[in-house]
Design a protein around this ligand. Structure first.
Ligand code: SF4
Length: 277
């Protein structure tokens, strides 16, 4: 019997950034250095100069043309609204006795937990990995419980340990899915492929987990069912590439890459707004 279930729409929604229910935390808590992605330096805990009093970005529609492309790549996986509305019960960092320090410390921790939930939610939809779904459920329940901790409880979490605990399970899920691909599958997990010329490469079902693909040319490549968990896709050229069923790909990775109207994406992921139509 096929025990796979459809993605839970409420869970999927919870893992999407909802800036209207967040106090602009990523625009305050995180540090960034002046670079091609950020037009100015900013220390952690210091509000970005473009952050308005209503917690909205004053240049939201013009981020890329204003030198803040990095902001369009960042994805909190819904951690911002969880910290704002659940962990801190809707209390704004502005006016908090500690100046918001506890909230700012909570955000990166929560983001890492939500990212793991994103991967687990995807794993739960993959029918070839149905034999692992009960284990996936248990991992989801455990991480969900961590996200409900109070501020002090959150700070005791070791995100690296949580990531390591889930990594093996996700690897098994990936293997179960990619074993459906006939023939020999390439494994370039963790490989340094910066700037690699891979135009038209046959990478169906390949292991590209953690691979450095910065600036790589993957135009027209066959990346169907490739495992891209944690792959660095900054400036990777995906024009014309086929990513149907690609595993553990995130909005953030796509937003950092280049694509076009011919790029075929996994059904759950939206086409980045800045890609040409
Ligand atoms: S530029 Fe806008 S989105 Fe980026 S950190 Fe500043 S306020 Fe936030």
């Amino acid at each position: 019997m096929d025990t796979a279930r459809l993605p839970d729409p409420a869970a999927a929604e919870r893992l999407r950034a909802d800036c209207g229910n967040c106090f602009g935390l990523c625009c305050v808590a995180l540090a960034f250095a002046r670079s091609a992605d950020f037009a100015a330096d900013k220390k952690a805990g210091e509000p970005c100069r473009n952050l308005a009093a209503d917690h909205r970005c004053g240049i939201h529609a013009d981020l890329r043309t204003s030198g803040y492309a990095g902001c369009t790549v960042y994805d909190c996986f819904g951690a911002g609204q969880q910290v704002s509305q659940v962990t801190f019960g809707g209390r704004d960092w502005r006016g908090a006795p500690d100046g918001g320090r506890a909230m700012f410390a909570a955000l990166p921790l929560m983001r890492q937990l939500h990212e793991l939930l994103w991967y687990l939610a995807e794993a739960r939809t993959l029918r070839p990995a149905a034999a692992l779904h009960r284990e996936v459920d248990r991992a989801q329940d455990r991480i969900e419980a961590l996200t409900r901790r109070d501020p002090a409880g959150l700070l005791t979490i070791d995100p690296a340990a949580e990531r390591a605990a889930v990594a093996g399970l996700l690897r098994q899920v990936s293997e179960a899915v990619r074993s459906q691909v006939p023939g020999r599958r390439k494994d370039r997990s963790g490989a340094d492929l910066v700037g690699a010329r891979l135009k038209g490469a046959a990478l169906r079902g390949a292991g590209l987990r953690g691979a450095l693909l910065i600036g790589a040319d993957l135009r027209d490549a066959d990346l169907r069912l490739a495992d891209l968990l944690g792959a660095d896709l900054r400036d990777t050229d995906l024009r014309g590439a086929d990513l149907t069923g690609a595993l553990f790909l995130t909005r953030s990775q796509l937003n950092a890459a280049r694509g076009d109207a011919r790029t075929v994406l996994p059904s759950a992921l939206p086409r980045p707004a800045h890609w040409p139509a």
